[in-house]
Unconditional design. Structure first.
Length: 436
């Protein structure tokens, strides 16, 4: 599973042929497995599987929303990303700068999932919250390194193709961490589910050991000459020096609002499914299997669309799709326990989310300075999740004060600021130059 920068940096992948070619490269296989390692723990420690588990043992919606904030490290990973750009992890430095952090973060995620298997949130949430904090810190670190790894092995105009391969692995990880865990919990126990998930983290750990450290671009020597203090502030000043203050701030605001409607409803999705009368097996089949495969289809559609039409028009399509897909959940609210409404809502939601995910990864990758890959991309990803995460933390109270239907309509309306920003940015967004 070796990976070098030589092949991917010399070839521009376009359309379906480009994606097929990308799948045949060692870098694409590596990114698929790393994507699996990033996707597997996410639902278990920061999203729907955890919230479904908490609802299943009797916790109220307000508490579930607040506990979801324990995974906030996924939002703040840009704070320690400068260390990932500058140093290798001391005990595993022989693996190289990227892989040294990967193997350690993956090991801690594995331990965290194993520990969560034996927590009893119905008795006390203290231990569970503590281990969610540990696992989310390690998971966020893993994601930062994987993102940097991906950007460093492909030019900007090839990121959509590699984003699709990464998304394939990530979505398979979501299937396993979502449907797999729910099936085991339904027919076994939550303890067995989390133990099984922790054992599967051995696969990305093996991939890290078998993969090569990506070849550093010549200009990354600049980053290594910066002192420790500069390692924290230089990535941010570099971003604004390149984009300008007005354009840079507008870009950051847009990234923060881009998927806001989706982030708002994320925490409440699992409880909503249960409250609508669906079993954990139903949720596993429709949400974690059917839905995730639809997300993969949407992701590849996003990769092809960016290759064919560029960022700007696809950003508009993605922003509108993310918001309008929230309205599909009104079908489930109006027809609870009807399996057809579940399938219809998840079809619309996951196609739009998968499409928007690939478009956003490719767009944000094009904004980064390769001297500070991990830091700048982590900042962009954190901003993409931060606003919705905080609102998601109180989403349970919003639902209890109104209704699920009102909540979905309000979440869709939050697209308006993002559309206004995109209108201002429209002529200023530069498409990446094509490579021969």
């Amino acid at each position: 599973m070796s990976t070098t920068a030589d092949t991917t940096t010399q070839v521009s992948y376009k359309g379906w042929a480009g994606i097929r070619r990308a799948f045949g490269t060692p870098s694409a296989l590596t990114m698929a497995v790393f994507g699996f390692g990033s996707g597997l723990p996410f639902l278990l420690i920061a999203s729907q599987t955890l919230s479904t588990r908490l609802r299943d043992v009797g916790l109220d919606l307000g508490s579930i929303g607040l506990i979801s904030l324990a995974s906030f490290f996924y939002l703040l990973k840009f704070l320690w990303a400068p260390l990932l750009d500058r140093y290798a992890f001391p005990l595993t430095a022989f693996l190289g700068r990227r892989r040294s952090w990967l193997i350690v973060s993956q090991a801690v995620v594995t331990i965290g999932l194993f520990a969560l298997a034996y927590m009893r949130p119905e008795l006390s949430v203290t231990g569970l919250v503590a281990w969610v904090l540990v696992a989310s810190f390690a998971g966020a670190t893993q994601d930062s390194v994987v993102d940097a790894y991906r950007i460093e092995i492909a030019p900007a105009n090839s990121q959509a193709a590699l984003a699709a391969t990464y998304t394939l692995g990530y979505r398979v990880g979501l299937i396993v961490g979502g449907a797999g865990a729910l099936y085991i919990a339904e027919y076994g126990s939550w303890t067995a589910a989390y133990v099984a998930m922790s054992s599967l983290m051995l696969l990305p750990m093996l991939a890290t050991l078998l993969s090569r450290e990506p070849a550093a671009a010549p200009e990354t020597a600049v980053a290594r000459k910066i002192d420790l203090a500069g390692a924290f502030w230089q990535p941010f000043t570099s971003f604004f020096a390149h984009h300008g203050w007005a354009f840079g701030i507008a870009l950051l605001l847009f990234v923060g609002l881009y998927k806001f409607p989706d982030q708002v409803i994320g925490v409440m999705a699992g409880p909503f499914y249960l409250d609508s009368g669906y079993t954990k097996a139903d949720i596993a089949t429709v949400s974690k299997l059917f839905g995730v495969w639809m997300g993969i289809l949407g992701a590849f559609a996003g990769g092809v669309a960016v290759a064919a039409f560029g960022f700007r028009r696809m950003l508009l399509v993605a922003v509108l799709g993310v918001a309008l897909s929230n309205l599909a959940f009104l079908l489930m609210a109006q027809y609870p326990s009807q399996i057809w409404s579940f399938y219809a809502a998840l079809l619309a939601d996951n196609l739009c989310q998968g499409f928007a995910g690939t478009v956003s990864i490719a767009f944000m990758s094009s904004l980064t300075d390769r001297n500070f890959t991990a830091t700048q991309f982590a900042l962009l990803v954190s901003l993409a999740n931060l606003p919705g995460k905080f609102v998601g933390g109180v989403s349970g109270y919003i639902v209890e004060a109104t209704s699920y239907s009102t909540f979905f309509v309000l979440s869709a309306a939050t697209v308006i600021p993002a559309l206004a920003l995109l209108a201002w940015l429209w002529r200023r967004i530069k498409e990446p130059a094509a490579q021969a």
